[in-house]
Write a protein that binds this ligand. Structure first.
Ligand code: ADP
Ligand code: MG
Length: 410
């Protein structure tokens, strides 16, 4: 079946064509009719399989058709997401699909001035994409009215219903109209969260695509064993041998992100970091530089593991293993998106072995081991510019010091 055969507005078909979307993906094929019928849906499908359009197309279609027959005002649909970057990205997808309609989508998120957001809200929008914090601020100040919302979407639903966010979601549900459609989308979900999701809706139908293997099939992923101290040499080698590739490097903490950044700088590799301690404006700059490819290496914490869609990320490197097993799926899922193929490798030190075991248990199968021969290993350590650089800078310091001594003597 092609998008052409769907009962969706020609205005939407036109943008899908421009985007190069001809056929629906599996999850779109299964979810779009159910969402169009107005059902509550819990949809689980692997990373990069087009979940955003699976909910955006039917929601835009409905609002577009309603807007052409009556003047409907106010926010009709709320999409909740965990990060600001994801809010922006999803609003972009909605706006590009709705380009030829009068349906307007807007994202709000914290960390930036709220005045421009308020001005935009006052002009009138139909769909709001938001992180919980800023939305509640604007609701309590009376800039956002939720009394006409009839569709609530939780993207990265398992995360939105998990400890950090569940209270916000429960508070949100209290202020939304009782009669509404609720949609949950994610690549991962466990039984506990699934139950919680069902408790929030009446008759959710469940849609699941490839549930047995949470890692998308176009991702070739493996693990390499090495001591913690050798990781940087392997990182350097991969980056230098793949100079044209976009590489996303995940680390455990913000401090580790900055440390890896400095190590790469010493190796004369340009990179940029993104993590929760950075100003919002710097986070957006980092994301854009990486998207454009002006900087090919992005070092990130798990804030960027969920949902971010940068089509040509060739390589994901887990410099540190993720502590939450499901984040393995989300991190490696930043590559191999849509029809593309992706590579992912995890660096596992002896201390991280228990974390690896947990991840493998979660995946229900072992991750392929990247065998590194002794010769290759030695070559990698030799390959590095870091030790040479250190020696060079030391020599330079000594020379400068000697120079100063000579000057003083004169
Ligand atoms: P998910 O949320 O499942 O991780 P996204 O919605 O971010 O995935 O989509 C992943 C990529 O697939 C995007 O770059 C998107 O443009 C592309 N895509 C989505 N639907 C289609 C389609 N029907 N045909 C071709 N590409 C698609
Ligand atoms: Mg997504």
């Amino acid at each position: 079946m092609k998008f052409d055969d769907y009962h969706i507005a020609p205005e939407i078909k036109k943008s899908l064509e421009t985007a190069g979307f001809k056929k629906p993906t599996d999850i779109q094929f299964k979810a779009i009719p159910a969402v169009m019928k107005g059902e509550d849906v819990l949809a689980i499908a692997q990373t990069g399989t087009g979940k955003t359009a699976a909910f955006a197309i039917p929601v835009i279609d409905r609002l577009h058709k309603q807007k052409s027959s009556s003047r409907s005002e106010g926010i009709r649909c709320v999409v909740m997401v965990p990060t600001r970057e994801l809010a922006i990205q999803i609003a972009e997808v909605f706006n590009s699909i709705a380009k030829h309609t009068r349906v307007k989508t807007f994202s709000v998120f914290g960390g930036v001035e709220q005045e421009p957001q308020i001005a935009k809200l006052e002009k009138g929008i139909d769909i709001l994409v938001s992180t919980p914090g800023r939305m509640f601020d604007l609701v309590s100040q009376g800039h956002i009215h939720l009394d006409r919302v009839d569709t609530l979407i939780l993207d990265e639903a398992d995360h939105m219903l998990d400890l950090g966010f569940i209270k916000d979601i429960q508070d949100l549900i209290k202020v939304l109209p009782r009669k509404r459609q609720t949609l949950f989308f994610s690549a991962t979900i466990d039984d506990k969260i699934k139950k919680l999701a069902y408790s929030l809706v009446r008759n959710a139908i469940r849609i699941q695509v490839s549930p047995k293997n949470p890692v998308a099939k176009n991702i070739d992923h493996s693990v390499a064993f090495m001591p913690m101290d050798d990781k940087r040499f392997f990182l350097e080698r991969i980056i230098k041998e793949n100079a044209e590739s976009k590489i996303l490097v995940f680390v455990r903490t913000k401090v580790r992100a900055e440390r890896v950044f400095s190590a790469l700088e010493r190796m004369e590799i340009k990179s940029i970091t993104i993590h929760g301690d950075k100003e919002q404006s710097d986070r957006l700059i980092a994301m854009n530089e990486f998207k454009k490819g002006t900087i090919k290496v992005l070092i990130a914490t798990d804030v960027s593991a969920r949902g971010i869609d940068i089509p040509s990320v060739d390589y994901v490197i887990n410099y540190d293993l993720p502590e939450q097993p499901e984040n393995y799926v989300h991190r490696v899922g930043r590559t191999g998106r849509g029809m593309q193929k992706g590579l992912a490798v995890s660096f596992c030190s002896p201390e991280e072995k228990p974390v690896l075991d947990q991840i493998q248990e979660y995946l229900d199968k072992p991750i392929a081991v990247l065998q590194i021969s002794a010769a290759d290993y030695a070559q990698t350590l030799d390959f590095t510019a870091d030790s040479r650089d250190d020696l060079q800078s030391l020599m330079k310091e000594v020379a400068e010091f000697e120079g100063r001594k000579k000057k003083k003597k004169k």
